[in-house]
Ligand binder design. Structure first.
Ligand code: HAM
Length: 435
């Protein structure tokens, strides 16, 4: 019998590895997000990836695509608990805010970042594991905070140099207004029942507003002519919406009112919004959010207003690449150290640690087979690393208690320095190279 070939293992469909070459862009984006949230006073809240399924059922609403079809839910084999991989961040943030009584001393501005999971059909811009960055402002009722979070998003797109991003907004009013609108919707859609697909027929009975969310091309004309929620808003809701629009104008942020924008989650009221682009094909929404005043109470907390948004990191990174605003990747290190094993390796090791302690990013050559290779081969690696300088410690250098510093960019010169002076010489060299 011949030996059986061991099969390679593959990742899960729709869940991607972020390779080192792409990770650099992620780190760049994360740094900008970090600075943005600091600039606006948003504090980080980290919640677990797994929550009790009920957090999302109650939070997002049971008659939504996410809860009905897309959640990775399972029973904990050991204790029978019903658990779910989080499909979004808001319900989990609210769960944590209530559990830890974070609103006890007043409103909170929070942010988070991490993987989310939805069992959707994978395609460009749509994954089963994707990453969101989100902000949530809890305990604030006025239109000023709606606008603050929108301004924050706009600043982010500007800083990232994103092209062709449009802000669409709508108001979902309050529950009583939606109830009147719902009755009108049911009458209207009943009259067009023949055009509705199976999902929408069902939703006509459970959650007719969701029908407006349908992307089914056959239904678009009927949806287009459906009664508009905006026409059912009362004075207070209209006032809030007008104030948001006024403040956006004052900030010079153009927006398009989209009466069909209902969002795919059931916790929203009043302002809802999305940033969309035509540059990404079918998955053109890079971020979305809105006000969700009813949610905290619905999740078992003391009623408090709130609003927020979340963006899809993968989609934003793709749009950065399309917009030509992806920065050149930085080199992985400042200095690459070459040696010939034995005592030269020991000296190189000590030198590397010394440079790192001074904040100089240093890679020490490490032979794949444990045997030091020729300097020529090592120098190729040093060049490929993007380091500004190579430090060479061979047996001859070590005998003289010296190291060679070789300029890998600029003039390409090489000079010997006493080993005890290496750090000082390296700092001087890096400073003059950056001038
Ligand atoms: P969402 O609209 O479901 O809202 O998701 C926000 C963003 O996550 C989307 O605009 C999109 O960029 C990205 N996204 C969603 N699904 C996928 C996917 N399958 N693959 C790649 N990217 C995806 C929420 O999740 C709300 N929690 C936002 C919010 C925060 N509302 C208030 N606060």
């Amino acid at each position: 019998m011949g030996e059986q070939k061991i099969q390679k293992l593959a990742g899960v469909r729709g869940m991607n590895d972020v390779l080192p070459v792409d990770a650099k862009q992620w780190l760049y984006l994360e740094k900008i997000l970090h600075d943005l949230t600091r600039a606006y006073g948003y504090e980080v809240l980290k919640t677990p990836i797994v929550e009790a399924t009920e957090v999302f059922q109650r939070g997002i609403g049971v008659v939504t695509d996410i809860v009905e079809k897309e959640m990775y839910s399972f029973e904990d084999r050991l204790n029978g608990e019903q658990l779910t991989l989080r499909p979004e961040g808001t319900a989990a943030v609210v769960r944590a805010v209530i559990e830890h009584n974070l609103l006890y001393d007043g409103p909170k501005r929070l942010c988070y970042m991490g993987p989310m999971f939805r069992h959707e059909r994978p395609q460009r811009g749509r994954y089963r594991q994707f990453h969101q960055f989100g902000v949530e402002a809890l305990g604030f009722a006025g239109p000023d905070i709606d606008v603050e979070i929108i301004v924050m998003g706009q600043r982010l797109w500007d800083e990232l140099g994103l092209r062709g991003v449009t802000l669409e907004i709508n108001s979902l009013g309050q529950a009583s207004e939606r109830a009147t609108h719902r009755a009108a919707l049911v009458t209207y859609f009943n009259a067009h029942a023949a055009t509705l697909d199976e999902d929408s027929q069902r939703r006509l009975l459970t959650n007719p507003l969701r029908i407006l969310d349908s992307k089914n091309p056959v239904m678009q004309e009927v949806i287009e002519k459906a009664p508009r929620l905006l026409d059912f808003l009362g004075t207070d809701s209209l006032q809030h919406f007008t104030a948001v629009q006024g403040l956006l104008k004052a900030h010079n942020i153009p927006c398009k009112i989209n009466p069909r924008l209902v969002r795919g989650l059931d916790y929203y009221n009043l302002t809802v919004f999305e940033w969309v682009t035509n540059e990404l094909g079918a998955q053109g929404t890079i971020a979305g959010g809105g006000r969700y005043d009813p949610l905290i109470e619905r999740m078992g907390g003391k009623a408090a207003p709130a609003c927020g948004w979340a963006m899809g990191i993968e989609r934003v990174l793709e749009l950065m690449a399309i917009s030509g605003s992806t920065p050149e990747p930085e080199s992985v290190c400042d200095v690459y150290i070459l040696h010939q094993g034995g005592a030269t390796l020991t000296a190189a090791f000590i030198a590397a640690e010394q440079l790192r302690s001074a904040g100089i990013d240093t890679i020490l050559f490490c032979a794949p087979d444990g045997q030091a290779t020729s300097f020529k081969a090592q120098m190729k690696k040093a060049d490929a690393s993007g380091a500004a300088f190579a430090v060479i410690i061979g047996p001859d250098e070590l005998a003289r208690n010296e190291a060679q510093i070789k300029d890998l960019r600029g003039q390409g010169g090489q000079r010997a320095v006493p080993l005890p002076n290496l750090l000082e010489a390296m700092i001087d060299a890096l400073v003059s190279a950056s001038e």
